[in-house]
Design a binder for this molecule. Structure first.
Ligand code: GH3
Ligand code: MG
Ligand code: MG
Ligand code: MG
Length: 326
């Protein structure tokens, strides 16, 4: 990027900004006091930083622009074209789910440091005071856009790390370690609400044979498809876990013994009712045995509930598999 401003040269700043890694195309939205200011700033940002810059002067148009495409950075002027308080808009943007990670640059109109301080408190990343020098706007925006790249990357890295720590890579389901922690929380909540809490353990039948006949990769593919079917057949509040191997667990808050039995029958059919289609066209049939345990009003502890579901599972196996036991 080139900062072509004479002011840059006067200040002795380097005019060449050579990013060390490819910079993603970034976009800036300007919430401007009037069309002329919006156009001037937009041009300054576009020319000096080669970012996409658009501007709006009325809160409705600003909100519509954000709803259509969330920008990387938003410049908010203290006084908007329709008389709306820029600080209020800033606060809304900083709080909203869609925009809370946008870089926010606030432009103080009344030359009052207290307004600038308020803007920072409300979530502005930086501020600018009148008179507005397009060069200063570009320089400050450049540094905020860089920050934005690093903060996005950090957030993605943290999310990836969390995902790796809590999920099983083959199926994308939660892993046993995360489940042990989460089941405790779910059961505590059930007890507080005096709501029934149901737990199911699912174990695939004769899965060793599937590996022996079709190969381990085909077995893996069956496990991944089963996980998908499981996920599609539980509610958002339920927890689906791969306990290990070909063993899964489902936690269903607010579910009574009767409801759990009904849900388990439905899940048994949904998960194994249809054959599994491999990439090479092979169809594999597989059944599942399920054991259910319910903690009425959330009473009891997770370990004994798991043990009791495991005993029920054993009965399903002993009684001939492909069935549900309580
Ligand atoms: P049943 O449960 O009905 O008694 O029979 P089973 O054959 O399923 O018995 P068991 O639980 O002893 O064996 C489970 C087999 O699942 C052992 C192993 O070959 C297979 N398995 C476990 N984890 C994986 C995996 O990640 N991928 C594949 N492909 N197979 C797995
Ligand atoms: Mg087994
Ligand atoms: Mg098995
Ligand atoms: Mg097993």
């Amino acid at each position: 990027l080139q900062l072509r401003s004479e002011a840059a040269q006067e200040l002795g700043l380097t005019t060449n900004f050579a990013p060390t890694e490819p910079t993603p195309a970034q976009s800036v939205l300007i919430a401007a006091p009037d069309e002329a200011t919006g156009a001037r700033w937009g041009e300054a940002l576009h020319e000096r930083l080669s970012v996409g810059a658009s501007w709006e002067t009325e809160s409705r148009a600003i909100e519509a622009a954000i709803a259509q495409d969330v920008p990387d950075a938003i410049v908010v002027h203290q006084q908007l074209g329709d008389g709306r308080d820029g600080l209020k808009l800033l606060a809304d943007i900083a709080r909203a789910m869609a925009t809370r990670h946008c870089a926010l640059l606030f432009v103080v109109d009344d030359d009052d440091m207290r307004t600038a301080a308020k803007a920072l408190d409300l979530g502005a990343w930086d501020y600018l005071m009148a008179p507005y020098d397009p060069f200063e706007l570009a320089v400050r925006m450049r540094s905020q856009l860089r920050r934005k790249i690093y903060s996005d990357k950090l957030r993605t890295d943290v999310q990836d790390g969390l995902r790796m720590a809590t999920r099983d890579p083959l199926t994308g389901l939660y892993n046993r370690r995360y489940a042990q922690h989460q089941l405790r929380i779910m059961m505590e909540r059930a007890r507080e609400e005096a709501a029934d809490f149901a737990l199911m353990i699912l174990d695939l039948d004769f899965f060793k044979q599937i590996n022996d006949v079709h190969g381990h990769d085909a077995g893996d593919e069956v496990l991944a498809q089963i996980a998908r079917r499981l996920q599609e057949n539980v509610r958002g509040v339920d927890l689906a876990v791969r306990l290990g191997g070909e063993e899964f667990c489902l936690a269903l808050p607010g579910t009574s013994q009767d409801d759990a039995r009904e849900a388990a029958e439905r899940i048994r059919r949904a998960v194994c009712g249809e054959m599994f289609l491999m990439r090479d066209g092979t169809q594999i049939e597989c059944t599942v045995s399920i054991g259910i345990a319910v903690a009425p009003a959330g009473e009891g502890d997770v370990d004994s509930l798991l043990r009791s579901a495991d005993r029920a599972l054993y009965r399903s196996k002993a009684d001939g598999r492909d069935r549900v036991s309580t």
